[in-house]
Design a protein around this ligand. Structure first.
Ligand code: COA
Length: 259
């Protein structure tokens, strides 16, 4: 079904593996169109609790957009590539279910941007992060100038974006770019699953609203506080809210239905 992705449903968690190991999982256009399809599956399939995005092999999550593919692009093609890829990354950021990146090696350029569009990043100790586009004479096109600032602050973002330097997983964790680091892919995978399974015990409508409100904080066209008030009120008009509060009062565990 997919030429560039491996997709496996493990007990309601969709494991999406970028499958271009010989090219360090570089993101080509076909791969992005497949990613768009699989993100839609995460949105639509009610049995899926969340997704984990990773790269095939021990060396790379994704070493960037496919340089060979865009090397001869015109300005117009560049804008189109950035906008179409950007829309897919935004759909990951806005996914109402947890979408986690497991960074198992080089996480560079478009790969780092893809990881930053995810809700959290869990890395192996050998992971390396960076935005090396300036070395190619271009700027990032899939959101790094925005999301890197959001995650690590302006000064460090400018340093990374302007130098193109790579940082280690440990440095990325210190900066807040990465949530956790682990020695092995297996341990990192276990942590991703643990996080998604924990989130799945909470009210799903509340989780979707948290993602929406937190994204609003960075949306200059929307007042995040106003959106929060609106969705806080909307939460109260749900069965899950009634169940959650009733369960608390009755000193029992809530059973959420997502209604
Ligand atoms: N686009 C296209 N192909 C890429 C790629 C990318 N972003 N990153 C790696 N590859 C390919 C290489 O061309 C090579 O292909 P080949 O075997 O057909 O020649 C293969 O993946 C292995 O990469 P290689 O460079 O030989 O591995 P390395 O271990 O020596 O170096 C990196 C690893 C990550 C330092 C190096 O591949 C690199 O700098 N990649 C580009 C990073 C980048 O600039 N990303 C931003 C793009 S906008």
């Amino acid at each position: 079904m997919y030429n560039n992705l491996l997709v496996e449903n493990q007990n309601g968690i969709l494991i999406i593996t970028i499958n271009r190991e010989d090219k360090l999982n570089a993101l080509n256009i076909e791969l992005l169109s497949e990613l768009k399809k699989v993100v839609k599956v995460v949105y639509d399939d009610k049995t899926i609790k969340g997704a984990i995005l990773t790269g095939k092999g021990p060396k790379a999550f994704a070493a960037g957009a496919d340089i060979a593919e865009f090397a001869s692009f015109t300005e117009k093609q560049g804008i189109e590539l950035s906008q179409s890829g950007g829309a897919i990354f935004k759909s990951i950021e806005e996914c109402p279910k947890p979408f986690l990146a497991l960074n198992n090696g080089f996480t560079l350029g478009g790969g780092c941007e893809l990881a930053m569009a995810c809700h959290m990043r869990i890395a192996t100790d050998n992971a390396k992060f960076g935005q090396p586009e300036v070395a190619l004479g271009i700027i990032p096109g899939y959101g790094a100038t925005q999301r890197l600032v959001q995650l690590v602050g302006k000064g460090k973002a400018l340093e990374l974006l302007m130098t193109g330097n790579m940082i280690t997983a440990a440095e990325a964790k210190d900066l807040g770019l990465v949530n956790y680091t682990f020695a092995s892919i297996e341990e990192a995978m276990d942590k991703c699953k643990e996080l998604i399974n924990k989130i799945a015990t909470q009210g799903p409508l509340a989780i979707a609203k948290i993602i929406d409100c937190v994204n609003c904080y960075f949306d200059h066209n929307i007042d995040g506080f106003e959106e929060e008030s609106k969705l806080f009120g909307a939460s109260m008009n749900t069965q899950d809210f009634k169940e959650g509060t009733t369960a608390f009062i009755e000193k029992r565990k809530a059973v959420f239905t997502g209604q």
